[in-house]
Design a protein around this ligand. Structure first.
Ligand code: AP5
Length: 192
């Protein structure tokens, strides 16, 4: 199963990807996590990404694509993967399509998690208190939501036009949302 998880900041992509990874037995690949790991390790790429991420802007397409390609070429993706946080704009959607064509692993389904803005802000504020993520400040969150609406929302149409999009209501308990995702993707593969 090759699944792309789409949704605004705070919509639950990372939370549900962790559960889907167990259920589908495929790796969870989060470009946000890969970038945060690079920042924590103090690599050159991480140093470049740090300021951009803290402001809520997108890291350059080239940097993220290179990092993603390296990750997707690892052998554990042979049976599929869950992509979280990529693609983030139409250029990334096109680059991903080319890359997956090259490795003959086309996307099976793109899941868009729908959550209203008030709840997104509330969830991220909760995480800010609990974890203190550098880009969970009110200012950066506002900016991330604007970047999402301007750059990332069009990616939903990209997958709709490809016939691989499903919408899932992301409001409710963790199990409820998870069960909705499983039901929504069950037509694509045997998901148990
Ligand atoms: P990234 O890490 O991808 O962050 P994001 O998209 O802003 O998403 P979040 O992690 O905020 O939200 P999520 O949808 O995963 O929700 P979560 O499950 O955590 O990107 C960070 C930055 O990295 C970007 O701004 C950019 O700078 C850079 N970047 C990453 N990818 C890039 C790319 N492709 N190109 C360029 N730059 C890139 O949940 C949020 C909170 O809500 C948690 O506390 C959780 O416990 C809670 N929660 C989740 N579900 C529920 C529920 N059902 N009920 C109650 N609470 C819930």
């Amino acid at each position: 199963m090759r699944l792309v998880l789409l949704g605004a900041p705070g919509s639950g992509k990372g939370t549900q990807a962790t559960r889907l990874r167990e259920h589908l037995q495929v790796p969870h690949i989060s470009t946000g996590d890969l970038l945060r790991a690079a920042v924590a390790a103090g690599t050159e790429l991480g140093m470049k990404a740090k300021v951009v991420m803290a402001s809520g802007n997108l890291v350059s397409d080239d940097i993220v694509l290179g990092m993603l390609e390296e990750r997707l070429l690892k052998p554990d993706t042979a049976n599929g993967f869950i992509l979280d946080g990529y693609p983030r704009n139409l250029a990334q959607a096109n680059a991903l399509e080319k890359l997956l064509e090259k490795i003959r692993q086309p996307v099976d389904v793109a899941v868009q998690l729908d959550v209203n803005t008030d709840l997104l802000v509330e969830r991220i504020a909760g995480r800010a208190k609990a974890e203190g993520r550098a880009d969970d400040t009110p200012e950066a969150v506002r900016h991330r939501l604007n970047v999402y609406n301007e750059s990332t929302a069009p990616v939903v149409d990209f997958y709709r036009n490809h016939g691989s999009l499903v919408h899932v209501d992301g409001v409710g308990g963790l199990d409820d949302v998870f069960n909705r995702i499983i039901a929504a993707i069950s037509h694509t593969h045997d998901v148990g």
